[in-house]
Design a binder for this molecule. Structure first.
Ligand SMILES: [Zn+2]
Ligand SMILES: [Zn+2]
Length: 242
């Protein structure tokens, strides 16, 4: 399999004036995390940071323009690979230890990561057999209800355990933008990792159903609007109660 040059690893796409989608197109869609950048008047927000196989700060200039808060929606390998590059990281208390001391098992590198998750390999010296997420030495630990303030925009942290114990969603009341992590997206959901919890999952989904969302940017796959948000959750809840 060919290797991709680092300058071509990431793809960025502006969603609106202040929201940019960053992704790693040579990872197969199911494993490919959505990285979200939001520009604020005082500081910027990054939601997740990809696999970490190419430096985000070296190759994606938008993430270095301002002070930036790098949030971990949760600590699986596909979401926190570049967090160690950022001075200000944010993680929920239930996964703070995982961010500080990630292992191949705790971040789900085992059993997911092999060369088969790529259509083209990352640059040298990447090797799937020894790939691991680097430690993030210090992070701000947050709980449900914490507000991340970018100056002109505020995102409320909503604790959404279920996929993993410290999963968080971010909701901006003013615009109805929801970043939902891996709990809720428009594709096959993963409910059976070593630290998933079915009853937490249902409670978190019920909570997201109540939010007055306009657009949902998930941890994987395409974004969607309010109607799709409600029908995805209602169908999922129905499937659990039969
Ligand atoms: Zn995950
Ligand atoms: Zn994921």
């Amino acid at each position: 399999m060919d290797r991709i040059a680092p300058e071509n690893w990431y793809q960025t796409k502006k969603i609106d004036d202040d929201v940019t989608h960053i992704c790693e197109p040579y990872i197969k869609e199911f494993y490919r995390c959505n990285i979200w950048h939001v520009r604020g008047s005082q500081s910027d927000l990054l939601v997740d940071s990809g696999m970490g196989v190419v430096s985000l700060t070296d190759w994606v200039s938008i993430v270095t323009e301002k002070d930036i808060a790098a949030v971990a929606s949760h600590t699986h390998f596909d979401h926190i690979g570049c967090h160690h590059e950022f001075k200000h990281c944010i993680v929920h208390s239930a996964e703070a230890d995982l961010l500080a001391n990630p292992t191949r098992e705790s971040t789900l590198v085992e059993p997911y990561v092999t060369d088969d998750i790529f259509t083209q390999l990352p640059p040298q010296p990447y090797v799937s057999e020894t790939y691991a997420v680097k430690k993030t030495s210090q992070a701000e630990i947050v709980e449900d209800g914490h507000v991340i303030d970018l100056g002109n925009r505020q995102f409320e942290v909503i604790h959404t355990p279920g996929h993993s114990p410290g999963g968080i969603a971010l909701f901006e009341h003013k615009t109805g933008i929801l970043f939902s992590g891996d709990l809720h997206y428009d594709g096959l959901l993963i409910e059976d990792t070593y630290h998933s919890n079915p009853s937490d999952y249902q409670n978190s989904m019920k909570r997201l159903l109540e939010l007055p969302v306009n657009i949902v940017h998930g941890g994987h796959f395409a974004s969607f609007g309010a109607d799709r948000h409600r029908s995805l959750i209602r169908n999922w809840l129905d499937s659990k109660n039969h």
